[in-house]
Design a protein around this ligand. Sequence first.
Ligand SMILES: Cc1cc2nc3c(=O)[nH]c(=O)nc-3n(C[C@H](O)[C@H](O)[C@H](O)COP(=O)(O)OP(=O)(O)OC[C@H]3O[C@@H](n4cnc5c(N)ncnc54)[C@H](O)[C@@H]3O)c2cc1C
Length: 133
Amino acid sequence: MAKIVIVGAGIGGIPMAFEMKELARKEDEVVVIADTPTFHFVPSNPWVGVNWRKPEDIKVELAPVFKKKKITFIQQQATRFHPENNQVEVADGTLVDYDYLIIATGPKLAFDEIPVLGPKGFTQSVCHVDHAG
Ligand SMILES: Cc1cc2nc3c(=O)[nH]c(=O)nc-3n(C[C@H](O)[C@H](O)[C@H](O)COP(=O)(O)OP(=O)(O)OC[C@H]3O[C@@H](n4cnc5c(N)ncnc54)[C@H](O)[C@@H]3O)c2cc1C
């Protein structure tokens, strides 16, 4: 049996989890670790920004989707990787073992690199639904 852990449930992580489940053997376990309970379709963020959609309209609850696909879902932020032990540490301190690890955590937005940049500063952003809404 192999345990395949995917960190991140965005446009990269979710299709990876679905395809991995299809490719894996019956006895293998596919696990997704994500820091949010919902997926949001990033390319639709501008619609939220101009009020054509509400944030809820472009969000999907992850837990029922993964349950249906028999994929284990851990709704926690991954805080540290321990490659020497094949483990991912999550926010509550739990260590999640893996045989194979896929990191799909997306970009880190670097608004802090330029003073006053970003949604808390003086520029707009549609990079995340929470910025657009
Ligand atoms: C406005 C806009 C329009 C776009 N339009 C298009 C388009 O038309 N076509 C196209 O191909 N691309 C488009 N893109 C780009 C595309 O949306 C991104 O390339 C894509 O979302 C990246 O997917 P990802 O899964 O790598 O990252 P993300 O979508 O950012 O997903 C990463 C996930 O990982 C989670 N995560 C991050 N860190 C952790 C952690 N430590 N622990 C647990 N979970 C974590 C995040 O919460 C997030 O859910 C667009 C982007 C924007 C902003």
